[in-house]
Design a protein around this ligand. Structure first.
Ligand SMILES: [Zn+2]
Length: 240
């Protein structure tokens, strides 16, 4: 274990670290540019991928809230399920049409943002500031304005569809304040069915504390409903 981390983090963060370490090994390393803050290795056990080792990359100066954020992702790895599990659902319930947009990267991104929504309360309960919850939320405002202005629901390209799904899950599952109010209203008008699908998904998400150990992918049902709705919406478009 990295002593610099242990000497710096506060008690709530230490508590979370011990909780996570009961399930998987955690290693810390200084973050280099372009590398993800958290990832993990899995092994196959009884047909499931089980996380065994998480790697957290930290910034300097070290802040407990940032380490806690990544540890909460680690907690999700063993309590919520993994991107591979969502991708299995995509392969099971989607059609050729929607599979063009529901890529592995898209599933990873949806899972990541779902985790933020689910663990936000736990983060706040640990005593951290909501303004420090994410390093940065880069929303391309200008690009979005142009996209929204030229938007025509009946002539969407595949890129438009990917853009819409990405924007929706990013801002609709973003747990903090009302900063995306305008965009959310725009999206609601643009594509009501897709909007409602994500809204229902968000409503169906439980609190992280409700998850018990050893469950296999407890969000399977919720993801399945979401993937089916995205699929139905994609098929309703003239794009293909
Ligand atoms: Zn995160």
């Amino acid at each position: 274990m990295n002593n610099i981390i242990l000497d710096t983090i506060d008690e709530p963060c230490k508590g979370l670290l011990s909780e996570v370490q009961r399930h998987m090994e955690i290693v810390f390393e200084l973050r280099a540019d372009g590398v993800r803050e958290y990832d993990y290795q899995t092994i196959e056990r009884d047909g499931n991928s089980v996380p065994i080792k998480g790697r957290i990359r930290y910034y300097e100066p070290i802040e407990s809230c940032k380490i806690a954020h990544e540890l909460l992702h680690a907690k999700c790895s063993f309590s919520l399920g993994y991107d591979k599990a969502i991708y299995n659902i995509v392969e099971k319930v989607s059609t050729i049409t929607s599979r063009q947009v529901l890529t592995y990267e898209m599933c990873e991104s949806i899972l990541n943002q779902t985790e933020h929504y689910i663990f936000y309360n736990e983060y706040i309960n640990m005593g951290y500031e909501s303004s420090k919850f994410v390093e940065s939320i880069s929303f391309p405002e200008n690009e979005w304005r142009i996209f929204a202005k030229n938007y025509k629901s009946d002539t969407l390209s595949v890129t438009d569809i990917i853009n819409l799904i990405n924007t929706l899950h990013h801002i609709l599952l973003f747990p903090i304040d009302n900063r995306f109010k305008t965009e959310i209203q725009q999206l609601k008008h643009m594509e009501r069915d897709l909007f409602d699908a994500f809204k229902r998904f968000k409503k169906s998400l439980p609190d992280i504390s409700l998850f018990t150990e050893g469950q296999t992918f407890p969000l399977e049902k919720q993801y399945e409903v979401l993937i089916k709705s995205i699929d139905a919406w994609c098929k309703s478009k003239e794009t293909w």
